[in-house]
Design a protein around this ligand. Structure first.
Ligand code: PGA
Length: 222
């Protein structure tokens, strides 16, 4: 059975009490050891919740790893509002880089994305590099790529598993990448159609990850 990565991207959602409710409900994942044997669950909450998530996960021994949704392209210093790699590493082992929302709404171009990948590696964080198609230059340090076509993000209109599989295959052929995830309108109903594809090693889930029971279903169905 191949190993799968199931990643939750909360985006700019949830305050502390909502995060506690999410964790209280998602904790039942611990009763499903058999069904999650080959699955790595990675949750990427906003920065403000990383400390709480880490403490809660450690206290309850939950099978969840943590990621950040962004990283400063700069090291620590006089950069108001930025969160640097060393600060993230206190809590997380992964970081999402190059998400289309950051490229589109925050002007992150290829060179910024490259700097952020470099920072992730410098601080021993595993970057989850988001791309919208095949053919994009993938920095050689990257081992996890998420293929997320823009027309599928938050639209309820996922790509076809066959097309996602073709793109995943091409990405692997053209780079050193070991895992390609699919992201964009993943649901409990469609997840297994993606994860059963030979070259797809998991999913990146936005909207459906906000509901703990829906996300748990995604994990179990994957
Ligand atoms: P979605 O988002 O699951 O809400 O489509 C995916 C993503 O943006 O990573």
């Amino acid at each position: 059975m191949k190993a799968l990565l199931i990643v939750a991207n909360f985006k700019s959602n949830k305050n502390l009490s909502e995060a506690k409710n999410w964790l209280d409900e998602f904790s039942t994942v611990s009763n499903e050891r058999k069904k999650i044997e080959n699955k790595k669950i990675i949750v990427c909450p906003p920065f403000t919740l990383l400390f709480f998530f880490k403490s809660y996960i450690e206290k309850k021994g939950l099978p969840i790893e943590l990621g950040a949704q962004n990283i400063s392209r700069l090291p620590g210093g006089a950069y108001t509002g930025e969160i640097n790699g060393s600060q993230i590493k206190d809590f997380a082992d992964y970081v999402i880089v190059g998400h289309s929302e950051r490229r589109g709404s925050f002007g992150e171009d290829e060179s910024v994305v490259e700097e952020k990948i470099k920072m992730s590696i410098d601080y021993n964080l595993n970057p989850i590099f988001c791309t919208q198609s095949d053919g994009e230059k993938i920095p050689k340090e990257v081992s996890i790529v998420a293929y997320e076509p823009v027309f599928s993000i938050g639209t309820g209109n996922p790509d076809t598993p066959e097309n996602a599989e073709n793109i995943a295959k091409k990405i692997k052929e053209e780079s050193e990448v070991s895992s390609v995830l699919y992201g964009g309108s993943v649901t409990p109903e469609n997840v297994s159609r993606f994860t059963s594809m030979e070259n797809i090693s998991g999913v990146l889930v936005g909207h459906a990850s906000l509901n703990p029971s829906e996300f748990l279903e995604i994990v179990l169905n994957a």
